[in-house]
Design a protein around this ligand. Structure first.
Ligand SMILES: Nc1ncnc2c1ncn2[C@@H]1O[C@H](COP(=O)(O)OP(=O)(O)OP(=O)(O)O)[C@@H](O)[C@H]1O
Ligand SMILES: [Mg+2]
Length: 321
């Protein structure tokens, strides 16, 4: 492909389990060297999608290319270029982190010496060097997930699939994994990451696809997705409840400010705004000119949670089908 190189292309992917359409015409493109977040609720099709791209599930309909290679036609070629961190990892509990890594290295035909060297390198990189000899069953959740990540990197993959890499971790473990993922991207690895955590997609991903019922329902940067549900809102709390009507009238008269909501008995008015900084300055100035005393004023951006609720109608088809 000329110009911008695509690490992943999915076109109209389909997969059914009985009557359930796990993938229902899924389209996605991921440019090389970027982090792409796939965000969706339980049962949305995230794992099915990742396993299809990673050649673990057969392509039933549509087409997928990974690193420019057709997944259905040349699965071995694809496998040589990818790493996969699955939802349930396959570590040997009784072996140490180092032993697990060496084992996976040998499984990938690295040879004893190269496997040992690579294990040492990866333990170092993920801050596991000191614990490399402890059995995995003694690891914390965060350490274990970092070891999973190290395992998935054994062969220097061009493209890395992470299926819910921080599920079940406490905030500290999550931060550790996030930092580990960030450190990969500098090296040019393309990452496709699934998550149910909106914050995680917001933190790590260059672009995000929201999926539900086996298809993409929206995509873009976190900012673009937030803008889709009406963007920012300005909220003004007036000091004196008697001035709330005046404040609403002032707001309504300002260019770039949308329909004003008024809190009936309260002292709060709010409205959508197109240009957050511009609107904020104009609102402050105009209220002041009108002699309205303001107690609090803020511009609030919708969270990705709100975006998701709005786009899926807050109601997921999962398990009702
Ligand atoms: N092996 C299977 N047999 C039957 N149905 C399946 C199988 N695997 C997945 N499904 C169904 O396909 C749909 C998509 O499942 P998938 O595991 O891809 O979702 P997910 O987005 O990864 O969910 P989660 O967040 O729970 O991991 C679900 O309705 C699920 O019940
Ligand atoms: Mg899953």
């Amino acid at each position: 492909m000329a110009g911008r190189e695509q690490a992943i292309i999915a076109e109209g992917l389909r997969k059914t389990y009985g009557a359930k359409k796990a993938l229902n015409g899924l389209n996605m493109t991921v440019p090389s060297g970027t982090v792409h977040g796939v965000l969706g609720p339980n049962g949305a099709g995230k794992t099915t999608f990742v396993r299809t791209l990673a050649t673990l599930l057969r392509v039933e309909g549509g087409r997928a290319q990974v690193a420019g290679i057709d997944v259905a036609r040349h699965p071995d070629e694809v496998r040589r270029r990818i790493g996969l961190l699955g939802q349930a990892a396959a570590l040997d509990e009784d072996l140490s982190g180092r032993q697990n890594l060496e084992l996976f290295g040998r499984l990938h035909h690295l040879g004893a010496r190269r496997a040992a060297a690579r294990a040492g390198e990866l333990l170092e990189r993920f801050g596991l060097a000191d614990t490399g000899r402890k059995p995995v069953k003694a690891y914390s959740g965060g350490m274990r997930r970092r070891l999973d990540l190290a395992v998935s990197l054994i062969i220097h993959p061009q493209i890395l699939f992470l299926d819910e890499p921080t599920a079940g971790l406490d905030p500290r473990g999550r931060t550790e994994v996030w930092n580990a993922v960030r450190s990969l991207v500098g090296g040019g690895t393309t990452v496709l990451l699934t998550t149910q955590y909106l914050e995680e997609a917001d933190q790590l991903a260059d672009r995000i696809s929201l999926i539900d019922s086996g298809r993409v329902i929206a995509d873009g940067t976190a900012d673009e997705l937030k803008a889709k549900v009406g963007g920012d809102r300005i909220e003004v709390v007036v000091h004196d409840a008697g001035q709330v009507a005046a404040a609403a009238a002032v707001l309504a008269g300002i260019p770039g400010v949308g329909a004003v909501d008024r809190d009936e008995d309260g002292r709060r008015v709010s409205a959508p705004v197109a240009d957050r900084m511009g609107a904020l300055t104009r609102v402050v100035r105009t209220l002041e000119d009108a002699g309205i005393e303001v107690e609090d004023l803020a511009v609030r951006r919708p969270t990705l949670d709100e975006v998701f609720m709005q786009l899926t109608g807050g109601d997921h088809e999962e398990e009702s089908a």
